[in-house]
Write a protein that binds this ligand. Structure first.
Ligand code: IPD
Length: 265
């Protein structure tokens, strides 16, 4: 049985995990880009939360690639892939983030692959083939877009901010979300709803969005993008400043993040 990793993993280990995640994301991207003639659609948590055979096929591919290379690691996947970690490292995977965009053939859907240890996010990869963007980060090693370093925007005033957000699959919750949106919309530059949380977080990382907030994300939606945003200098938190969680994810550069936390509360 492999020993549980203790202390900060070496740069070599982080680089190895990152490479595995990138290679696997590229393979999943190839699988997903080759769209089948018919998508078999079933609903999950609500009448508008869909899953297709491609979500499942992508997760199966990622599960087998990663656990073949690292059989002692744990796994948590949106479509139910589950394995308890023996090594101390657990992979957190969304095989298609932005399933509705995928279904409707809109851009921005992505494969989100993160690995975490007892300290938190260790590496993150968000690969979006339709926009030809591979976002990557490893803890303490910076964030990259297609191999080039990226950083978030800093000290943006609320009135100049371009924000991203998303709407819940819980239809009643959307009424509350619109209340917050209608309070913000006249006081910011504009708001985007791009349809894939992991890429939204990466847009904050690269400075394409100044900030992003969303209620109801699951760990597989924010694990990779959250690390990438942090490594690009952004602050990523929950509603009251603790870690991001299902109740709220708020990401923005220093200066704007505190203002957004105040607005959302
Ligand atoms: C969804 C997308 C969407 C966000 C939802 C997520 P999924 O992920 O990221 O942008 O608004 O909250 O659940 O279901 O397509 O993997």
């Amino acid at each position: 049985m492999a020993a549980v990793t203790t202390g900060e993993p070496t740069t070599e280990l982080k680089t190895e995990l990152l490479q595995l995640a990138k290679d696997t994301a590229l393979k999943a991207g190839k699988l997903l880009t080759n769209r089948p003639g018919t998508l078999e659609i079933t609903s999950k948590s609500s009448s508008v939360d869909f899953v297709t055979q491609m979500d499942r096929a992508s997760e199966e591919l990622i599960f087998s690639e990663i656990l073949y290379a690292r059989p002692n690691d744990g796994f948590v996947g949106e479509e139910g892939g589950d394995r308890v970690s023996v090594s101390g490292i657990t992979w957190v995977v969304d095989p298609i983030d932005g399933t509705t965009n995928y279904l409707m053939d809109l851009p921005g859907w992505n494969i989100s692959i993160a690995a975490k240890d007892s300290t938190g996010g260790l590496i993150g990869v968000v690969y979006s083939p339709t926009i030809d963007r591979m976002f990557t980060a490893a803890r303490g090693m910076g964030a990259y877009l297609n191999g080039r370093p990226i950083s978030c925007n800093k000290n943006v005033e609320l009135k100049n901010a371009l924000l991203g957000t998303g709407f819940s699959y819980e239809l009643d919750k959307r009424r509350e979300q619109v209340t917050l949106l209608s309070s913000l919309i006249a006081r910011v530059r504009d708001i985007r709803r791009c349809g894939a949380a992991a890429v939204d977080l990466c847009y904050v990382a690269m400075g394409a969005l100044d900030g992003y907030y969303e209620y109801g994300l699951n760990e597989w939606d924010y694990a990779a993008g959250g690390l990438i945003a942090r490594e690009a200098g952004a602050i990523v938190s929950g509603r009251h400043g603790g870690p991001e969680c299902k109740e709220m994810t708020i990401a923005a550069g220093p200066g704007l993040h505190d203002v957004l936390v105040g607005e959302i509360n």
